[in-house]
Each structure stands twice: as structure tokens, then as C-alpha cells.
Design a protein around this ligand. Structure first.
Ligand SMILES: [Zn+2]
Length: 197
């Protein structure tokens, strides 16, 4: 009998901060675990906001994850090659946008080799410019879910991450990679998202 869960594919959960990406990511992993699918979860070492070995939502729900150097996504293949991981069905990667772009080719190959690949990540940086990894993985994905948040200014659908530094909107030239929670970032709509020049 044909069983689509034995085929490989890529599914992407994209969106801005505070859209519930990590909650959705964890929900999909738990759903696979209920069905006794073996899932390995990876995240980049840069994401240290709450814990070093877990994927954690803003509300504190967590699952075990393997930390990978963001510049060495090929570590995923080395871990999968280990004997104890022979029967892994699915690979899940959180904060995928922070990995070196080589991760896209690696995940594509895994999907070709009948692995189910689930990734979650920001599609845009605080300037509302696309993250390179997300731009490359989205066209290769079978399934894309873009989640929106709610604009803290006006209550409209928010798709952008507003960066706030010392109570003011951040400038264009402030560095892109710096992870924080509510005190530094907000979800905002197209109209209310601001990038100071
Ligand atoms: Zn707004």
C-alpha cells in the first residue's frame, strides 16, 4: 500500500517573530512521535535565548534538540550516518535562516533520500529583507506555511519583525543577527514596520 509518510519532502514554516512558528514546529514533531516516527531535531548554536539543548517556545514548551555550528550544517549528515540513527524518518531544523546556505542542498538531498524535512524560520530580517537560506529553500519545498502575527501598533496582520533599540526603531545598519525576545523585537504590519536610515 502506498504510504506518503515513507516518501521524502520538505515542509517550511515561515514568518516573522511572534507568529507561533516554534509552537507549530513542535506540534508537527510531536505528531510524528505519536506515530513512532523517529525525528532528529537540530538548531544552530547561535540561538541561545532559553536553553542550549532544547527548542523552546516563548511560553516555555520544549523538545530535545541537537546543537549544530551554524557554519557547519554538514554535521547533520555526520550525525545521521551514525548507526543509532539508521531508522530516522524525519529531520527537523529550527531557526533554519541562521545556518550557512549550504544547508539548503543538504536538506534537499535528505528529502531525495526519503527523509521528511521540517524547517522553521524567519523569512525576513528586521529590515524586511529576505534571509538567503529561506529564499533558497522555499522554492524547493513541497509544503509552505506562512504564519502571521498581530501588529502591536494597529492590530492588523503582521508579517514583519520590528527591531527596537533603546526604545527606538533600529537603523538599517544595525547588525542582523542578534536574538532577543519582546523587549527588543515586535511584530508589525507593513505600514507600521520602520527601518531608520
Ligand atoms: Zn500595524
Amino acid at each position: 500500500m502506498y504510504n506518503r509518510y515513507n516518501d521524502g519532502w520538505i515542509e517550511v514554516i515561515a514568518g516573522c517573530m511572534f507568529a507561533g512558528k516554534t509552537e507549530e514546529f513542535i506540534r508537527r514533531i510531536i505528531r510524528l512521535q505519536y506515530a513512532n516516527r523517529k525525528v532528529l531535531v537540530f538548531k544552530p548554536t547561535i540561538d541561545v535565548r532559553y536553553a542550549t539543548t532544547k527548542v523552546v517556545t516563548h511560553k516555555g514548551v520544549s523538545i530535545q534538540a541537537i546543537m549544530i555550528d551554524r557554519n557547519q550544517p554538514e554535521e547533520i549528515l555526520k550525525i545521521l550516518a551514525k548507526k543509532e540513527n539508521k531508522n530516522v524518518n524525519a529531520i527537523a531544523v529550527d531557526e533554519v535562516q541562521f545556518f550557512h546556505k549550504n544547508i539548503v542542498e543538504i536538506l534537499d538531498q535528505l528529502a531525495n533520500n526519503n527523509k521528511q524535512v521540517i524547517v522553521a524560520g524567519l523569512d525576513q530580517d528586521f529590515r524586511a529583507e529576505p534571509f538567503e537560506v529561506m529564499s533558497a529553500i522555499l522554492p524547493r519545498a513541497e509544503f509552505v506555511t506562512k504564519l502571521d502575527a498581530i501588529c502591536v501598533v494597529c492590530g492588523a496582520a503582521a508579517t514583519r519583525t520590528q527591531r527596537i533599540i533603546n526604545g527606538k526603531e533600529a537603523s538599517y545598519n544595525d547588525p542582523i543577527i542578534e536574538i532577543g525576545a519582546q523587549e527588543k523585537y515586535e511584530a508589525r504590519c507593513r505600514k507600521d514596520h520602520k527601518v531608520l536610515k
